[in-house]
Write a protein that binds this ligand. Sequence first.
Ligand code: 8YV
Length: 314
Amino acid sequence: DKTEAKVVKAAFLPPALAKRLDETCTLADWDLLNETERKAAAEDARVLAVNGESIVTAEFIAQFPKLELIADFGVGYDGIDVAAAHARGIAVSNTPGVLTDDVADMAMGLLLATSRQIVEAQRFIERGDWAKGGFTWTKKVSGGKLGIAGMGRIGQAIARRAAGFEMEISYTDRQAIPGLPYTFVGDLATLAAEVDFLIMCVNGGEKTRALVDAEILKALGPEGILINIARGTVIDETALIAALDAGIIAGAGLDVFECEPDVPSALHGRPNVVVTPHMASATHATRKAMGDLVFENIAAHFSGQPLKNPVNPY
Ligand code: 8YV
C-alpha cells in the first residue's frame, strides 16, 4: 500500500530500489529539485535515503525538521553525522552482511592483480610487447604473510579466503577478537613491518583518517603491497604517492580514494598499482540485496517495527 510518508533520496540508489520506494511512499529526488522544491520536500520528509559515499552533515540534517530515519545504502556510515542524528532522535540504518563476500572477493582480486601485475600484463599484450620477450616476474601471493587492519566481518571474510592461499595471517584491531585462529598484533606499525601484504578493512571517519601515513608505509617496506577496500580517508594519498615514487613500498591496489571520483593521475599507468572505481560491493546480486535491506528498514520504520539494521548510538 502506498503511504503518504515522504522519503527523500539524496544519493544514487539502484533504480529498482527507487522504483519500489516510489511505488510505496512519496519519493522526492533531492538532486532533481530546485531550491523551493527542496525546501518543501525537506519540510515533510520522514526518511532520508543516502549511500555509503554520502556526506550527511549536522547542517544538512537540520534542514529536515520531521526526519525520523536516515537509511544508508551501504555498510559504511562514516559520512553521516550519526551523533547529530541521534541527538535529534533520528535513527540510522545501514546494510551490513550482504556485501561482505563481494568486498572480500575484491580485496583478494586486488591483492592478486597488484602482486601479479595482471593489469600491466594486459597492457603489455595490448602494446604488442610480448613479441619482444616475456613479461616481468612478479610477487608470489600463496604462502605469504598477510596483515589485516580491522578484523570486522569483511576482515574476517578476507582471512578465510587468504587461508585457502595458505597465507600466514595476522591482524590488528582495537583488541584481540576471541576465537580467531590468527595472530593479533597490537599496533599497525608492527603489523606493517611483519607482513608482505597489508589490507585495510577499518571503518572510515575521523578516528582512522590517514592511519596509513609515511611511517606505516616505511614499515611495510620495499617488498610490501598495500590494499585498500575500506575508505580513501584511511590512507594519506600524498604519502602513498611519494612512497611509490621512492620505492618505499612495492605496490598498491586501491578501490577507494580520498576525493572520489578523482583518482590522482600520479596513480595512473603504474605497473605496480591497480585502481578500481569503488566497486567492491557492486555486483548485481549484492546491489539487489543491499537495496532490499534498505527497503526493509524503511518499511519496518513506517510500520512501527524495530529496524532490521540499526546503527547503534555507540
Ligand atoms: C557502496 C560502500 O559503494 O557499503 C559501503 O560502505 O562504500 C559501498 O558498498 C556504497 O554504499 C554505494 O554508494
